[in-house]
Design a protein around this ligand. Structure first.
Ligand SMILES: [Zn+2]
Length: 96
């Protein structure tokens, strides 16, 4: 009888612990999803900021190099070399 009570207590403790583990896993998944959503929102805001800056800067980019500030051209050896844009002097921005 004493053995039986102990066995029942052990089984009940195992069930309680298993339920607690499942609850902890659910909480971890919820926290994870919430954190991922927050990071996604932050990432989207950064993308939007870059788009805004690019749109604002588009009118001021050097038309010759497209804002890169450098041009690629073939050198004497037939390789492609990168040189500073002569129109904007490497700034990438339209000059008056
Ligand atoms: Zn340029």
């Amino acid at each position: 009888m004493a053995m039986n009570r102990k066995t029942n207590a052990t089984i009940q403790a195992a069930f309680r612990r298993r339920a607690a583990i499942e609850a902890e896993k659910r909480q971890l998944r919820a926290d994870y999803e919430q954190r991922i959503a927050a990071l996604d929102a932050e990432s989207e805001a950064l993308d939007n900021a870059v788009r805004t800056i690019n749109a604002a800067a588009a009118n001021y980019l050097c038309p010759k190099c497209g804002g890169d500030g450098e041009l690629r051209r073939p050198d004497a050896a037939g390789q492609t070399e990168t040189v500073s844009c002569s129109d904007c002097k490497g700034t990438g921005l339209k000059q008056n």
